[in-house]
Design a binder for this molecule. Sequence first.
Ligand SMILES: Cc1cc2nc3c(=O)[nH]c(=O)nc-3n(C[C@H](O)[C@H](O)[C@H](O)COP(=O)(O)OP(=O)(O)OC[C@H]3O[C@@H](n4cnc5c(N)ncnc54)[C@H](O)[C@@H]3O)c2cc1C
Length: 476
Amino acid sequence: MPAPRNLVELEADVARDLALTAHPRMPWLVQKTVGSMPCLDVLVIGGGQCGLAVAHALKRDQVHNILVLDRAEYGREGPWTTYGRMKNLRSWKDQTGPDLRQPSLTYEAWHEASFGQAHWDAMRWIPKESWNDYLLWFRRVTAIPVRNGVAAGTITPARTDDDLPALRIETSDGPMHARKVVLATGQEGVGGWWMPPHIAALPREHRAHTNEMIDFAALHGKTVAVLGAGASAFDNAAVALEEGAAEVHIFCRRAEPMIVQPYRWLTFAGFLRHIGEMPNEWRWRFMAHILGLREGFAQDHYDRVMRFPNLRFHVGVPWEDARMQDGRVVLTTPRGDFSADYCIAGTGVRMDAALCPELSACQANIAQWRHRYTPPAEEADERLGHFPYLNADSAFTEQRPGETPWIADIDLFGIGTTMSFGPAGSSINAMAIAAPRLAAGVTRGLFAADMPRLYADLRAYDLAQVTLDEARSAAE
Ligand SMILES: Cc1cc2nc3c(=O)[nH]c(=O)nc-3n(C[C@H](O)[C@H](O)[C@H](O)COP(=O)(O)OP(=O)(O)OC[C@H]3O[C@@H](n4cnc5c(N)ncnc54)[C@H](O)[C@@H]3O)c2cc1C
């Protein structure tokens, strides 16, 4: 079948596909209030790809009283046009994602309609700017209500006027209420970007994390040291080289750089859909192995830096300490001291709910994996023990039951779900499975809390579907 020739045609297809697959169409939620103020059914915090995907899944289930908040300006959500310094996505170009497997909503359909089939065929990887444009298009054609430039803060418990559990969310636009909150706040969702304490202690003008805005032009002619051998470390090294750094040195702690991509192995339906349903020991075993390997860099990332003769790749050389000396950073390594003008930590994120303002009222009672499961010594990993231990609905669970029961109405969709569900919310390849699952967790809670009202509705249901002939069916 020929693909739509342009976006106008594609958007007509999108509307038609949404209408054709809208079953079950019946609205089932009623507007609730808190102190006479409107209460959302769901507030999604974060309008990146995860927030959009789950909002789309909720709308498909006739949950329309929703709002997505993002503190970023329109078009600046997530890493794609901000701190992401790769040229292309590392995901395969033909993966499904927020489209939830609706053909007309896929990236491929959008790309072909925007640039033509030949362009799609010739393209190897999706440019990150195109992915961002696609997400903005996706959000428009699915009519997801997003409010940009609004930051969410502390979440606390509330009750609706008909006495159902609800949440109050402080925001930069004033307080809001919702029956459920989905936290789709990205890599920092339940923690923060992390760098070794001795690097964090250096003056800010001499160090940065890969997620920060870095004035690369100022590194022209300088010696730059990058810690880590993941994709982001390579991307930052590449930009420094492209901006004219005199030397760039990438330091990889491991004896062997990671050239295998474990996320490729796990991209099959059995794992993506069911790992989260397996016993703790198996979830831990699989995810500890995968997260222990870390995400490797791709060939493109490697080639991008290797074409520069002034790039050195130091393998098996961790940074043990760091200090300032004569205006330069001196890094202590097992091979001796190394001097640089600037260092960049490509050291990812760490789970620590205490860093998240949204969770300030409950973080001390969020159950983590270390509270629920002790792995055998050979599988132990202190870092992974800090991931939240989520319930089957992707909601937080309590460390001490009864102290903050309302956290069962906060669902997480992002990298913090990884120990509980595999790469559920943090990558595109899992999204078509993970977003509907999370939405189902939300709708389960909305349904369960409102059962008495729904039962009363059922008992009052009197919509006749047959008109009886009164004369011929008179009671004997
Ligand atoms: C550099 C980089 C490259 C990546 N490349 C790929 C790739 O190629 N393929 C892949 O599958 N994955 C990739 N990932 C992993 C993952 O897909 C991305 O991190 C992706 O952006 C995750 O989507 P998200 O919606 O969870 O988070 P984000 O896209 O980060 O969106 C979160 C949003 O939440 C908003 N927010 C946060 N806190 C608040 C608050 N309190 N109030 C309001 N708004 C808030 C932020 O402004 C942000 O827009 C990459 C990650 C990085 C960092």
